[in-house]
Ligand binder design. Structure first.
Ligand code: SF4
Ligand code: SF4
Length: 351
């Protein structure tokens, strides 16, 4: 299938949150949870895995339990990679770990190296960080920072391929900080690192917030300069719109909360090719292509796209970070497809 785009290269606008210190906004009760010091284990590597399990550390990059990932990499991976890439404009909650918690970050990397039985490690950060005065260093303690170039959505597979063949243990920078805290301070993971930004947020900042807090509590902590019309959890490009911020909770994978004010007429952004609409369509349609053809009146190109199967559920429009009116385009295409079928049947009858 032909591709219409190759991704857009982002200039990242991570300020003003990025250069400010990470602020703690935590529930004192859960923040005091500590692990039992006695960890029965045969080896140091197994002890680290057991601590990660008991501390319930979840990797924010994929939502998987860190202990499971470590078990899989036990004495097998040849390199440990700390993922500090924040692809999204506005979001800097992972790359901030490099500046704000360098020692915990590299301690977490060292612990993973001991589990994997390897000495190689790197921290991966995004290259196109253009609007910041604070520079990302080339090394954090002994660990090299590898800067990744590229378009968007960031091609992670390509990044990994460039690091060479063999098993790699890739862990989010936030999870590594939590691992170091669990091993050296016996801390259970009860918090996550979240960027709070957007044009409605009075004080954009990276926060360390407790799991289970609500999105609205976190927004109010930073102050709302104006009432948002749109709140997104997870980033402006790949995040999910939040319908009810008062009842939406911070989870292990929340990396950003963005609050925007949009005028209805500003809503027509360009498709960024994230692919969410295709992933969520219950009928397996590709709303992105159908929308493009309908917008350009290329109705003849619509035939292979099965628009007649659309149930009008609206999920594609809901998920689209560019706020494109996908469902109405698909329904237009469906009308066209149905009239085309009727015309063909009539022609067949006449023949
Ligand atoms: S509205 Fe149609 S195209 Fe969009 S998700 Fe639902 S079935 Fe798929
Ligand atoms: S969800 Fe929206 S932005 Fe993403 S591919 Fe589909 S149409 Fe494009």
């Amino acid at each position: 299938m032909p591709m219409f785009h190759r991704g857009i290269v982002l200039a990242q606008h991570k300020e003003p949150a990025f250069s400010k210190p990470v602020i703690r906004f935590v529930n004192p009760q859960t923040d005091s949870y500590r692990l039992d010091r006695k960890i029965p284990a045969k080896s140091e590597a197994e002890a680290v895995i057991e601590i990660a399990r008991r501390a319930r550390i979840v990797d924010e990059r994929d939502g998987r339990l860190l202990a499971r990932k470590l078990e899989k990499a036990l004495l097998k991976a040849y390199i440990v990679i700390a993922d500090a890439v924040d692809d999204e404009p506005y979001v800097s909650s992972r790359v901030a770990m490099i500046l704000q918690f360098p020692n915990e970050l590299t301690d977490g990397i060292d612990l993973c190296c001991r589990v994997a039985g390897c000495e190689r490690s790197a921290i991966m950060a995004y290259k196109m960080v253009t609007d910041i005065e604070t520079r990302v260093p080339r090394r954090v303690n002994r660990v090299k920072v590898v800067r990744q170039r590229g378009g968007y959505p960031a091609d992670r597979a390509e990044r990994m391929r460039r690091l060479g063949p063999g098993q790699k243990l890739v862990v989010g920078a936030g999870a590594l900080v939590h691992l170091a805290r669990a091993v050296y301070d016996q801390k259970v993971q009860t918090t996550v690192f979240v960027t709070v930004a957007g044009d409605c947020v009075a004080g954009p900042v990276n926060l360390e917030v407790s799991l289970g807090m609500t999105v609205m509590q976190v927004l109010e902590r930073c102050g709302l300069a104006q009432e948002p019309t749109r709140v997104v959890c997870g980033g402006s490009m790949t995040g999910m719109s939040v319908i009810d911020p008062d009842n939406t909770l911070i989870t292990f994978t929340t990396r950003a909360i963005l609050a925007f004010r949009e005028n209805a007429r500003d809503r027509h952004y360009t498709c960024i090719g994230c692919g969410h609409c295709e992933q969520v369509c219950p009928e397996g349609l590709n709303p992105m292509y159908i929308h493009r053809f309908v917008e350009n009146s290329y109705y003849a190109n619509l035939k292979p796209f099965d628009a007649h199967l659309c149930t009008g559920c609206g999920t594609c429009s809901y998920i689209c970070p560019s706020r494109l009116e996908l469902a109405s385009s698909v329904l237009k295409a469906k009308e066209y497809a149905e009239s085309w079928f009727i015309r063909r049947e009539e022609e067949d009858d006449e023949a």
